[in-house]
Design a protein around this ligand. Structure first.
Ligand code: GLN
Length: 277
């Protein structure tokens, strides 16, 4: 887990660098600091956000797929929790909005944000060139790695060994896209979510599952007899997706993310869910 935490730290640094590069809300933190003296003349992040138009008035509606631990999952009592959930709640608070979470399949969660049915998608979403054509992305708030899960006695030891094998993925994910590109559609099975893909691996219906590293670790821990290969398939950046052209919301989200990064909230949330070994 150390490696992942280090990656998170480096992406938090990327976020701050990106923010220094001239985000529209770069001055909100300092204006807040000065607010006791100049409250009437300075606009705070919260003041700006109150004017945001969202899908449901007064709410920040987030589409997600809550089967992707530790980014989003459900508790035994049916509540949502995870890194994305906590970050979204903190962003919503900064914007003076109430967080509403809509749980659905991953591909539907992307579409919801694209089509303006949700304000944003947060689901460990990787920024890709293809997605950038149909939606806008916030600054990066975490990094992911595509990992390979196999049974402990598997003869698959490298990415190349996946050739000719049955590979389980989640529908609509980068794991699915990379694997179909590299090994052909006939060899790749798309499941509704990561949990179902891992169940198929347990049942011997597929030889490997390609999925993001953090959920891979959670699934491997919960399923004795499975292991994660040391070889990473691909390295990626996670960001919040919004409808193309929704610049007002995007700027507000980036301003909030920057403040959360600077005051340590972002790292505290990551540390809550990903413990260094
Ligand atoms: N990071 C991957 C993607 O964006 C998978 C995300 C997920 O399954 N929630 O495609």
């Amino acid at each position: 887990m150390k490696k992942l935490t280090a990656l998170m730290l480096s992406s938090a640094m990327m976020l701050s660098l990106a923010a220094c590069g001239g985000s529209a809300s770069t001055d909100t933190a300092s204006s807040e600091a000065a607010s006791s003296e100049a409250a009437s003349s300075e606009e705070t992040a919260t003041g700006e956000a109150a004017e945001l138009t969202t899908v449901n008035a007064g709410k920040l509606t987030m589409s997600t797929n809550a089967a992707f631990p530790p980014y989003e999952m459900t508790t035994d009592s049916g509540d949502f929790e995870g890194i994305d959930i906590d970050v979204a709640a903190a962003v919503a608070e900064k914007l003076g909005l109430e967080l509403q979470i809509d749980d659905m399949d991953f591909d539907a969660a992307l579409l919801a944000a694209q089509n303006g049915k949700s304000d944003m998608v947060m689901a460990g979403v990787t920024v890709t060139d293809e997605r950038l054509k149909v939606m806008d992305f916030s600054d990066t708030y975490a990094e992911g790695i595509q990992s390979i899960i196999v049974p402990e006695d598997s003869d698959i030891a490298t990415v190349d060994d996946l050739s000719g094998k049955a590979i389980g993925t989640q529908r609509g994910t980068t794991g699915y896209i990379y694997c179909t590109d590299d090994f052909g559609e006939d060899n790749v099975i798309a499941y509704d979510d990561g949990l179902t893909a891992v169940q198929a691996l347990n049942n011997g219906q597929v030889d490997a599952v390609v999925i993001d590293n953090a959920p891979a670790k959670a699934f491997a821990e919960a399923n004795p007899g499975l292991k994660i290969l040391d070889t990473a398939y691909a390295q990626e950046d996670y960001a919040i997706g919004v409808a193309k052209g929704n610049t007002e919301l995007l700027n507000a989200i980036n301003g909030a993310l920057e403040e959360l990064q600077q005051d340590g909230t972002l790292q505290a949330i990551v540390d809550k869910y990903i413990t260094a070994e």
